[in-house]
Design a protein around this ligand. Structure first.
Ligand SMILES: [Zn+2]
Length: 113
């Protein structure tokens, strides 16, 4: 798995650009439109969820008026830390398809048959 390398010119893309604009980052060397690969997104999400579960498991069981909130806050923070750290270390970039991504919903009036 490449680490933030452009697949066209093999130049290194800065970490901040990959993390801040993961769906539409431009290569600073050749100018091609890049995005995170699907395996990178899925692994980052999976590891973030595992980190959140880990944090929830180890902080649950607290007492007091806010004992229920600590596991939730810890799990959200863990997801927010683990997922970007994985992307900083193992982000795989692919060339962004021309014309942008496919729409997530069908256009109105075009019901499937
Ligand atoms: Zn490039």
């Amino acid at each position: 798995m490449a680490n933030r390398n452009c697949p066209m010119c093999f130049g290194k893309v800065p970490r901040a650009a990959v993390l801040a604009r993961s769906a539409a980052v431009d290569c600073p060397h050749c100018g091609r439109g890049l995005e995170l690969s699907r395996p990178s997104r899925l692994l980052a999400s999976l590891l973030g969820l595992l980190g959140a579960w880990f944090a929830f498991h180890y902080t649950s069981g607290g007492r007091g008026p806010l004992g229920w909130a600590v596991p939730l806050v810890a799990s959200i923070l863990a997801f927010g830390v683990v997922s970007p750290v994985f992307l900083m270390l193992h982000a795989d970039l692919v060339v962004r398809p021309e014309g942008g991504a496919e729409p997530l919903t069908a256009a109105p009036g075009h019901a499937p048959h």
